[in-house]
Design a binder for this molecule. Sequence first.
Ligand code: GLN
Length: 547
Amino acid sequence: MATKYIFITGGVTSSLGKGIICASLGRLLIARGLRVTVQKLDPYINVDPGTMNPYEHGEVYVTDDGAETDLDLGHYERFLSIRTSQQNNVTTGRVYYDVIMKERQGVYLGKTVQVIPHITDEIKSHVLRLGESENFDIVIVEIGGTVGDIESLPYIEAMRQLRYDVGRKNTLSIHLTLVPYLAAAGELKTKPTQHSVKTLSESGLSPDILVCRSEYPLDETIRRKIAQFCNVEIEDVIASLDAESIYEVPLLMQDEGLDSRVIEKLNLPAKNADLVQWKQFIDKIKNPKSETTIALVGKYVEHHDAYKSIVEALIHGGAENDSKVNIKWVQSDYVSDENVSNLLTDVSGILVAPGFGDRGIDGKLSAVKYAREQGIPFFGICLGMQCAVIEFARNAAQMEDANSTEFNESTPYPVIDYMPDQRGVTEKGGTMRLGQYECKLTDGSHAHKAYGKTQIIERHRHRFELNNELRDLLRKNGLVVSGVNPDRDLVEIIEIENHPWFVGVQFHPELKSTVSDPHPLFVAFVKAAKQYASDYSNVKTKENQPV
Ligand code: GLN
């Protein structure tokens, strides 16, 4: 079967949740036995989001092959249980970079290089290459930005052309739009949708299906009006109401018939959807048997998207433990040794987040110390693991002023230091230790128990690493090295003795957690936190008993 392409555009406003709609449609089509992947086209000029700060962009999602990509790829992997790669994320920066390189090499010799056809051809070749790479049945192409933006135009033009290149019957255009409720008028308004569809149609890409985000149900009259003015059939007006959890969106879309319409229009050979596992997961997150509160200590906590995959991995780990994880967001800038017990008194697990630069480090160190001394389950990720090593060195191994050379170049104990191949690297784009690397686990360690095997592969994004010259000194004082990269002898996981669950990982386990495969370390961490909560409540009840 020829690969079919579904283009998803967004209108009226940003933040309508296009990524979740793409991921949900992908989930539904996979559940019907089709081979699906999703691609994100981003209209910004950065070659990738790796150089943007988390306030600007949210989390940078790293794929197996080490690409630094948009966080929507995280949704695709979590919903579809697929692996994505650099091919799944294309930016305007990358497209122009490649075209300019080709121009310098003389590929277009004699020609004037222009947006049409050269930029649009480059965009199309990225889309087609992904489709052909594994002979997918369907590629869902999410076009970033909002219709009407100058930046999106070349993408929309490229999709318009693709409809003819691969045949109209092999493509579908879905437009995600907003149907706002005007309180003063007491009704839902369709005009923004009409305008958005008009703008899209002027670019030659009229939608076949409209997904309408709305805070209220769309009744028959509204649906008919939208259908009539936007040139679609009434069945192609799909309502997308706010959901309690993003994981419910596939089921809501199924109820609205989105997958059926797509299958019919593209004439796809599809079986009935198998969503048994998915529904079991929803049931677990909607009807938890307990609640667990975990502190997420980081410096970008006002901006939850900066920790997107961690939040989702905690949900997955919670579901596996029949527990709802409540996140207590803790701004590390404000944590100190003096207030930490107050700030973290009501949590049963502490997660110290990844990050760059020295802002908020002291607060993170206070949180680590508190977790270590009080026996509270602790999970340190990347910078969080590095903080755990620094704290341990200073306060448990008498290595005064131990630090990472990221924060103090002249520390007497550089327990975290540049990896040798990172020294002297000045270019920022794509130059960290990125992507997946092997790690060997120590028998009997918490990590080994969680994974249930000794050989694992995880994804990385960092420049610094535990300093091997100080490894023995740290070990002598009780730091456990429970995971090591066999090729370069790099420490990837640390634990400490005589603690219920204290694990720091140099990699990013959150990136590989999916609905169907919750990450073992998150499952084990939530389990330990749940245990801590129940032990602690026992102690409390005993304490409260009259003597
Ligand atoms: N800043 C640290 C490093 O570069 C940690 C990075 C991270 O947490 N992703 O090694």
